[in-house]
Design a binder for this molecule. Structure first.
Ligand code: GLC
Ligand code: CA
Length: 542
């Protein structure tokens, strides 16, 4: 059964999954909804509360499904609406929830609406999109896919006009000044919510409305529409959630929570690259600085924190100098770079170093926010930088060391993308089956951390405070507390042993309990080996 609290997302763990990549149930080389349903036990076993499903709609797949051709159906490769309903039912049966991507900003140019819009300028669908006779409007809007696009306007031969697009030119932006579009998107929401899903991860929300003389991002008119979406949830589907994908600086992110009446959650974009920077510099100040810059949010809201996702590791929210530094350290080979980011998975970014991978997860789990894990990163999957666009981080899930990594029975040549086979990250040794059997595997470590986090809600919902590091810049000590308990989470981001004296932060009567080893700690001075972390619970001795 699902947990009943309407604030369930405040203490939860999310898991991002690509249906296409997860498990192929019918042997055609493509993962599908029935395959995902068959693998729900794995997700549940990890300790996940909510699945986020990447787009599953009919699409020409130029942007891997973020170019939607029909919002009211499922891509035939992945299955049917009935398969989807079954997935939702089975997810709920296991006490988990499931949210889907809602691509609000744009459609595919293969969408019937756009085809009609192009075929007849008098069609009501023409006004579904943003047209112009010149490409010199909204010139202050940045280009997002800088490696492929040179303008946010594209020429339509059919209408002899330009149309507006923030992403690929095959993804025309919808016109949110048109009431019909506003209604259509709400109907799409209802269509999927009626099938029982628990909410949406709303894609690319800063860009809904354009105004001359602005960057066309985060506009008040855009926020007004997002609030209408929230109102629909509150009035018609209470308990479901909206999660914002707004890749913005903290001060621009904060308004997406408004007064607790816009998004329930938003990704903590600026924090993510700073975790990697801190590790590379062996200095935690970038993390501390961004946490300081991050405003507090209403009580019914929560951040969603992550290390990696299906996109490039975005470096949009860092300075030019930091971007160059991050590229140098984490993307030394040109093919590792994409747009303003790095197209690599977590494990290869950290050279497959198990200690560093675990450390970053532990850090993520003790910071404020609901963590989200990208499929495959729970076993330390590798990537393939020789694939196009972001495909290299979207390869088949590695279930075992058998044919096609246990992902599919199909001929290897017909897989939607090749499995990772080479060297260090080969499925022959990086796979679920092996890690399940090994107590010290990454999978089991993450599972253990998540279980401890679950039984100590202060880690998810308590107040947090960063203890200033007096001894060493590579030491991050986070204190989480509520009226009932206090936990100190210690992280050593360096290759040296660091000592931390807890004594000065404690009362006389208090003892320290090491949550990770399930042991009281006698020493009040903790030694942290290189890249070590620990969670210490403070309890009264009586
Ligand atoms: C979001 C998605 C990304 C997609 C883009 C355009 O940023 O995460 O994968 O390419 O929107 O829809
Ligand atoms: Ca299939």
């Amino acid at each position: 059964m699902k947990k009943e609290s309407p604030l369930w997302y405040k203490n939860a763990v999310f898991y991002e999954v690509s249906t296409r990549a997860y498990y192929d149930s019918n042997g055609d080389g493509i993962g599908d909804l029935n395959g995902l349903t068959q693998k729900l036990d794995h997700i549940q076993h990890l300790g996940v509360d909510c699945i986020w499903l990447l787009p599953i709609f009919p699409s020409p797949l130029v942007d891997d499904g973020y170019d939607i051709a029909d919002y009211y159906d499922v891509h035939p490769d992945l299955g049917t609406i009935d398969d989807f309903k079954e997935l939702v039912k089975e997810t709920h049966k296991r006490g988990m929830r499931i949210i889907a991507d809602l691509v609000v900003n744009h459609t595919s140019d293969q969408c019937e609406w756009f085809k009609k819009a192009e075929a007849d300028v008098h069609s009501p669908y023409h006004d579904y999109y943003v047209w112009s006779d010149t490409d010199q409007r909204y010139t202050d809007a940045r280009i997002i896919f800088v490696d492929t696009e040179t303008s946010n306007w594209a020429w339509s031969e059919k209408t002899q006009q330009f149309y507006w697009h923030r992403f690929y030119s095959c993804q025309p932006d919808l016109n949110y000044d048109n009431p019909a579009v506003r209604e259509e998107m709400k109907n799409i929401m209802r269509f999927w919510l009626d099938m029982g899903i628990d909410g949406f991860r709303a894609d690319a929300v800063p860009y809904l409305i354009e105004r001359e003389g602005t960057t066309c991002e985060n506009l008040p008119e855009t926020h007004a529409y997002l609030k209408e979406m929230r109102k629909l949830i509150d009035e018609e589907y209470p308990g479901r959630i909206l999660l914002a994908e707004a890749n913005q600086w903290p001060q621009d992110l904060r308004p997406y929570f408004a007064d607790g009446d816009e998004f329930h959650m938003a990704f903590q974009f600026p924090l993510m690259p700073r975790i990697f920077k801190a590790l590379a510099k062996q200095d935690v100040s970038p993390i501390i600085e961004i946490l300081k810059m991050t405003p507090s949010i209403p009580d019914n809201c929560q951040w969603c924190t992550f290390l990696r996702n299906h996109d490039e590791l975005t470096l949009e929210m860092v300075t030019e100098k930091d971007r160059q530094f991050m590229w140098q350290v984490y993307a030394p080979v040109n093919r590792m770079r994409l747009n303003l980011g790095i197209r690599r998975r977590l494990a290869p970014l950290l050279d497959g170093d198990a200690k560093k991978i675990e450390l970053l997860y532990a850090l993520l789990f003790s910071l404020p926010g609901t963590p989200i894990i990208y499929y495959g990163d729970e076993i330390g999957m590798g990537d393939n930088i020789y694939l196009e666009d972001r495909d290299g981080v979207r390869t088949p899930m590695q279930w075992n060391n058998g044919k096609n990594a246990g992902f599919s029975d199909a001929m290897e040549e017909t897989l939607y993308l090749p499995v990772i086979k080479s060297d260090q990250f080969s499925y022959l040794h990086i796979n679920v089956a092996e890690q399940m059997q090994d107590d010290s595997s990454l999978f089991n470590h993450i599972r253990k951390l998540l279980a401890i986090r679950k039984s100590n809600p202060v880690l998810a919902e308590g107040d947090y405070e960063v203890i200033p590091h007096t001894s060493d810049p590579a030491l991050l000590v986070i204190k989480r507390s509520d009226p009932h308990e206090t936990i100190f989470a210690l992280h050593n981001l360096s290759n040296q042993t660091i000592a931390f004296d807890l004594q000065s932060h404690l009362g006389h009567e208090e003892i320290i309990y090491n949550l990770l080893e399930e042991l009281p700690l006698n020493e009040k001075c903790c030694q942290l080996r290189p890249y070590a972390y620990t969670w210490l619970k403070i309890a009264n001795s009586d």
